[in-house]
Design a protein around this ligand. Structure first.
Ligand code: XIL
Length: 434
């Protein structure tokens, strides 16, 4: 993810939005039917759900809330019909879908440094503010993603940042961004993907520009600065590749736990750990005891665990729709049954909501060298499309939607943590929730 992230414009989305008319019809929303064998076939595949079957009390957000969970999705702010929301009436199918299904929204990528900070001394909050306004108008919560990451950095960073000014760049960024949204963010992903066992350090830390410029305490610095900038938001460490029982994931989990323990021991204000949950079942490996133990260790530290970027890649999976959708749904079911049995797992975020837009379709383009054969695993078998999310390209609920909803119904019932309930000053044993 070195160069520009894909900005999806309304025009590119237009094709899908057109088709979406059919879905909206099926959902009992606006009209505009699309005929042809493809949509007819889809209609047969997915027994048509009426709008009432999947919205309101039957939505993902409502089923989550009934168990004390928070469900949400990563959204593309530019696609949200803010004016329509403000008027209380939108015919935009994407906006309707996001509004109907989520209790919390996260900006998928415009909070990255490279979008937010076009130059060292200029911040552009326009896109992020669009999302925040939708959240405010609809009473939804918002998650912040992300304050410190080694990817999606602006070009100027490599030229400008030095060992002398890096601390200041990091601190002023967090102060500006978390300060701008002070009091309005449920959880901030403060540091993302700081562990990379392959980099060979004894502490497992990734040799990122932040580490090279500031040293290992950049992580603690980030959390402390965020805690000051927003005294209300929960603060999370977010990581990927820690889900399955494969040795590679197990090793990364161990390093992640070590990091969390170090942070807790130092009295760092940290309240949650995000398990990204980009699942790649076609590449082998299943989530099991290892992840369960990880979640329990986090609980002992008073940390909430958040499933922060859930999707299921079809890379390497066999079969075609509808078998493929059923297989994806089984992964949703098994994975969520495992993690939602744990009382400290209280939040599930899908990384997108409709297959019309998923980072998985383009992820390989943003790898350091897209032509590198080692990265071919990011592509999918010929003739198959990525179908990782609860709704299909026509915005119809897929088997994954029903699997996700059912898994949340079976979740451990509990209270969501607030920042006050596990604030770092309190001895861990006094936490009433664990
Ligand atoms: C992805 C976004 O979805 C894309 O739009 C962007 O081009 C690249 O990044 N881990 C993360 C997310 O923490 O920020 C990434 O999101 C997916 C992997």
């Amino acid at each position: 993810m070195k160069s520009a992230a894909p900005v999806i414009t309304r025009r590119q989305f237009g094709r899908t939005a057109l088709i979406a008319g059919a879905a909206a019809g099926a959902l009992g929303l606006s009209a505009a039917g699309v005929t042809g064998w493809r949509s007819l076939r889809r209609r047969q595949l997915y027994a048509t759900a009426t709008r009432a079957d999947i919205t309101g009390a039957n939505s993902l957000a409502a089923h989550a809330a009934a168990r004390g969970l928070l469900y949400g999705a990563a959204v593309v702010p530019s696609w949200l019909d803010v004016d329509g929301i403000a008027k209380g009436d939108t015919s935009d199918a994407y906006t309707q879908l996001v509004m109907a299904q989520t209790g919390i929204m996260v900006d998928e990528y415009t909070t990255y440094w490279k979008w937010l900070r076009p130059s060292p001394d200029r911040f552009d909050f326009s896109s992020l503010d669009r999302l925040m306004r939708c959240a405010q108008l609809t009473g939804k919560q918002a998650r912040g993603h992300v304050l410190v990451w080694h990817e999606a950095m602006p070009r100027w960073f490599a030229k400008v940042a030095t060992k002398q000014n890096a601390r200041q760049l990091l601190v002023e960024h967090i102060q500006a961004v978390a300060g701008h949204l002070r009091g309005r963010i449920e959880t901030w992903d403060v540091v993302n993907e700081a562990i990379e066992p392959g980099d060979g350090r004894a502490d497992g830390l990734r040799r990122s520009p932040w580490l090279e410029l500031i040293g290992p305490d950049y992580i603690e610095l980030a959390f402390r600065t965020a805690a000051e900038a927003d005294p209300q938001a929960k603060l999370a460490y977010n990581e990927f590749g820690i889900e399955t029982d494969r040795p590679r994931d197990a090793r990364k989990r161990d390093f992640t736990l070590e990091l969390l323990r170090r942070l807790k021991t130092a009295g760092t204000p940290i309240h949650a750990v995000g398990v990204q949950s980009h699942l790649w079942p076609g590449l082998g490996g299943e989530a099991g005891r290892g992840l369960q133990e990880f979640i329990r260790e986090a609980a002992k530290m008073g940390l909430e665990v958040q499933i922060s970027e859930l999707d299921v890649s079809c890379a390497g999976m066999k079969g075609k729709t509808p078998e493929l959708d059923e297989a994806v749904a089984r992964i949703y079911r098994d994975y969520l049954n495992l993690v939602l049995a744990e009382p400290n797992v209280r939040q599930v975020i899908s990384w997108g909501i409709t297959d019309a837009h998923t980072w998985l379709k383009t992820a390989w383009l943003f790898l350091p060298n897209p032509l590198d054969r080692r990265h071919l695993w990011t592509k999918i078998a010929e003739g198959l499309r990525q179908r990782p999310l609860p709704f299909d390209v026509d915005f119809r609920p897929k088997p994954a939607f029903y699997a996700l909803r059912a898994a949340m119904d079976g979740a451990h019932r509990g209270e969501r943590l607030t920042r006050a309930s596990n604030e770092w000053q309190e001895p861990l044993t006094k936490n009433p929730l664990f």
